[in-house]
Write a protein that binds this ligand. Structure first.
Ligand code: FAD
Length: 298
């Protein structure tokens, strides 16, 4: 189906894009990679009157390392993160970028668009929830604010952005030494969203797990932090028993809906299995082993 007719605007800067949002009103939408918005427009689930294209703004796609943080431009494409040596310093970021859909989607889709979309099945929100992530937003009146990711995504398809605000940067703190993370999802095929996904980020001091962050994707209205599962690992050695307890707690934290991808019970079982694999990989990486992982396909 063709989208409904709309007015196309090409923004020359992020500031101009925010100004356009404020002047054009509620029926204006930003266009980044178009990998969520355009399909919705073709289905006529989204019918903006004005489309403000961000793609011709210089300097919006970057990955920079500054002190203990990585900075991502809002229009940084998934493929740029997948192939970036700098982003690869946090291996869970590579796991995420490399597993999103197929190469066509990764070539166009952006990290900023993914967070702004707040799709319950989107991978970035789940992965970035296990790291210290800030979303920097700016508005037409030059107001800038920094929102922790946990406060940025409010609900399914709902963020803290005001109508005339946009994401202008995403900042991720590098994990401490002796940290390791992994993101593993289960998918029916590459070009579809996962059925379930689990992100784990750990820090070890010797045998002891001093920090654990576990987030579950596609099994709730937003990414779910599995805090009981984290507690099952923290302040003790990682053993078969503590991993089993964490998996059980992650299963209990999941809140999946039955749909064409599977029943709620099936998705809970997947969460348990993915949590085990992600913890095992995170432990190996925390110990300095460069382990490759990829998503699991049906
Ligand atoms: C076939 C297919 C399979 C896919 N599979 C997956 C998958 O497995 N995992 C996954 O995570 N994603 C998947 N996606 C989605 C993909 O990752 C998108 O790139 C992403 O969700 C949206 O990014 P975008 O740049 O394309 O945003 P767009 O579609 O351009 O925009 C999405 C929304 O964000 C808003 N927006 C965009 N940029 C900004 C900004 N800087 N500030 C404020 N608002 C902004 C737009 O106005 C719009 O409302 C898939 C998409 C397709 C078509």
């Amino acid at each position: 189906m063709y989208p409904r007719p709309f007015h196309y605007h090409r923004a020359g800067s992020l500031k101009e894009a925010a100004k356009m949002l404020s002047e054009l009103g509620d029926d204006a939408r930003l266009l980044a990679g178009g990998q969520s918005l355009i399909p919705l427009m073709k289905l006529r689930f989204a019918n903006p009157t004005h489309l403000i294209d961000l793609n011709f703004i210089a300097g919006t796609s970057f990955i920079r390392e500054e002190d203990d943080r990585l900075h991502f431009g809002p229009l940084t494409r998934h493929v740029e993160i997948e192939t970036s040596e700098v982003a690869g310093k946090i291996p869970i970021l590579h796991d995420c970028a490399a597993g999103i859909a197929d190469v066509q989607v990764r070539n166009r889709g952006t990290i900023g668009g993914s967070l702004a979309e707040a799709d319950p099945s989107g991978d970035w929100a789940t992965v970035l929830a296990t790291l210290t992530t800030e979303v920097r937003c700016s508005a037409a009146n030059d107001a800038r604010r920094t929102v922790p990711l946990g406060e940025f995504i409010k609900d399914a398809y709902t963020t803290a952005l005001a109508h005339d605000e946009l994401i202008d940067e995403i900042v991720v703190r590098k994990p401490a030494r002796n940290s390791g993370g992994a993101y593993i999802a289960f998918k029916r095929a590459a070009p579809v969203y996962p059925t379930a996904g689990v992100a784990v980020q750990l820090t070890l001091e010797g045998d002891i797990c001093t920090h654990a962050a576990i987030a579950l994707g596609c099994v709730g209205l937003t990414a779910i932090r599995a805090t009981e599962a984290e507690s099952a690992l923290r302040s003790q050695p990682i053993t078969r028993q503590s991993i089993a307890a964490a998996c059980e707690a992650a299963r209990a934290a999941a809140d999946p809906q039955p749909d064409m991808r599977g029943s709620a019970e099936y998705k809970r079982a997947l969460v348990g299995a993915l949590t085990k694999r992600a913890i095992e990989t995170a432990v190996l990486r925390a110990g300095g082993k460069p382990v490759e992982v990829s998503h699991l396909y049906a």
